[in-house]
Design a protein around this ligand. Structure first.
Ligand SMILES: Cc1cc2nc3c(=O)[nH]c(=O)nc-3n(C[C@H](O)[C@H](O)[C@H](O)COP(=O)(O)OP(=O)(O)OC[C@H]3O[C@@H](n4cnc5c(N)ncnc54)[C@H](O)[C@@H]3O)c2cc1C
Length: 408
């Protein structure tokens, strides 16, 4: 038995879910649309949680993806603070936390990713934060008001962005991480070293090659201890230890999962169940434009593009994948960089320019094939990278004067 019926059900109000709802209406879908979102806020720009919103420079309204009133205007039903608890793929039925049972025509699962939590001694002390939502960002902002020293666990995007944002608010920030230099796992040691030099030049301390052993303190965190014997004082901690695709709903519905643990989808983003699609951080897709083929990425723009493609597929149309996966990051106003990839492996990185001067590029080659490009202050270079992505090139033609990235 179903309480109600909708034509399009969207689960998750992140970038993918929002883009799907918007594209359905923009492309003329007339059927009923229900977007169910576990969070209290309407869809917002999640990338601001570690940047402008955390810094206090952008208000809650400013980070919303659409103005208030837009949902009613578009006749899209938005159910916030509501979860889809169960999906019955064969019957096209969903059970919601508000007790509604919804029969749907087609559905998009855009449940995103959830943070990887660390299970170490002291892990439940007050003052230890994870960051995925605006609410988490509020929690960090409030907590660090009383803190002088903040420790960031993890040297990837979250660790580096939050360290930069909080250091600019005059907090003493220390990054502790397993890798030798920041961002090494995604961009390699050369580029990682250059970014780390920049962070250190702004007063951020970085400890690489360290495994976390415990958080210390009574009720609230007072310090961080590593297996290598480091003891660091901290009145607040932010953990950025990666994310896992949120496949709880998909698992319950027995949808096929891929090697990365994400929902396996075909070229039209359809899952193993007919009429049920997946997009964004949760989807493992077969890429038509990336030489790696099957992949899952955690990038805002990919989630939005997939949301739009899923909308077309849900209407029975076909929108081919065209965009090379793209990612950007801001380290306060010290550095903005863009990246196309992700490269799974490479054997050479050709770099040019200076990160500190905000003009820099890095070309990642596997053999002579371009597998990723990172650029700061060089939009033309990124554009050139888009044209050469996945193609064999003459490395001597890529960068006129190759040089090691430097902050000098
Ligand atoms: C702090 C931070 C900074 C980032 N910065 C960048 C950046 O600079 N550049 C970049 O490219 N990417 C960045 N990202 C990554 C980017 O935000 C993600 O790739 C993007 O949000 C993915 O969108 P999505 O719609 O797939 O998932 P999400 O945005 O995670 O949205 C999924 C939503 O679904 C909800 N949900 C889950 N299960 C259910 C359920 N059963 N019922 C109802 N709702 C459910 C979740 O609560 C969530 O609201 C950042 C991420 C974070 C956390």
């Amino acid at each position: 038995m179903s309480d109600r019926e909708v034509d399009f059900l969207i689960v998750g109000g992140g970038h993918a879910g929002y883009a799907c709802a918007r594209a359905l209406r923009d492309d003329g879908a007339e059927g009923s649309i229900l977007l169910v979102s576990r969070e209290p806020d309407p869809p917002y720009d999640r990338t601001a949680c570690s940047k402008g919103y955390l810094a206090g420079g952008a208000s809650r309204d400013e980070v919303l993806l659409s103005p208030p009133g837009w949902w009613e205007e578009q006749e899209i039903e938005l159910a916030t603070r509501t979860s889809v608890l169960k999906l019955a793929p064969g019957e096209h039925r969903a059970a919601l936390s508000n007790k509604d049972v919804v029969k749907f025509g087609s559905a998009l699962i855009a449940t995103g990713a959830m943070v990887r939590r660390l299970r170490v001694d002291g892990g439940k002390l007050g003052g230890i934060h994870y960051l995925r939502t605006l609410g988490n960002s509020d929690g960090i902002r409030n907590d660090v008001e009383q803190a002088d020293e903040v420790v960031l666990i993890g040297g990837s995007y979250i660790g580096t962005e939050v360290a930069a944002t909080l250091a600019a608010l005059d907090k003493r920030c220390t990054i502790v991480m397993q890798e030798d230099v920041v961002l090494e796992r995604t961009f390699g040691p050369e580029v990682g070293r250059a970014v780390q030099d920049l962070l250190e030049s702004k007063g951020i301390t970085v400890h690489g090659g360290e495994d976390l052993e415990a958080f210390t303190g009574e009720d609230r965190v007072g310090g961080v201890r590593t297996k290598g014997g480091l003891e660091l004082p901290a009145q607040a901690v932010v953990v950025g230890a990666g994310v896992l695709p949120d496949v709880q709903l998909a698992r319950g519905a027995e949808l096929e999962l891929g090697e990365s643990g994400g929902i396996k989808v075909d070229a039209r983003l359809e899952s193993s169940a007919a009429g049920i699609f997946a997009a964004g951080d949760v989807a493992e897709f077969e890429s038509a434009v990336h030489p790696a083929g099957r992949l899952r990425v955690e990038h805002w723009e990919v989630a939005s593009a997939q949301g739009r493609r899923a909308a077309a597929a849900m209407r029975g149309a076909d929108l081919p994948e065209e965009e090379i996966p793209y990612f950007f990051s801001d380290l306060h106003d010290w550095l903005s960089y863009e990246y196309i990839g992700p490269a799974k492996q490479w054997d050479r990185v050709l770099t040019g320019g200076s990160l500190e001067k905000g003009e820099f590029s890095a070309w990642y080659l596997d053999g002579n094939t371009v597998v990723a490009v990172l650029a700061a202050g060089r939009p033309d270079e990124l554009e050139r990278g888009r044209g050469l992505f996945g193609k064999k090139v003459d490395p001597d033609q890529l960068i006129d004067q190759p040089e090691r990235p430097t902050v000098a």
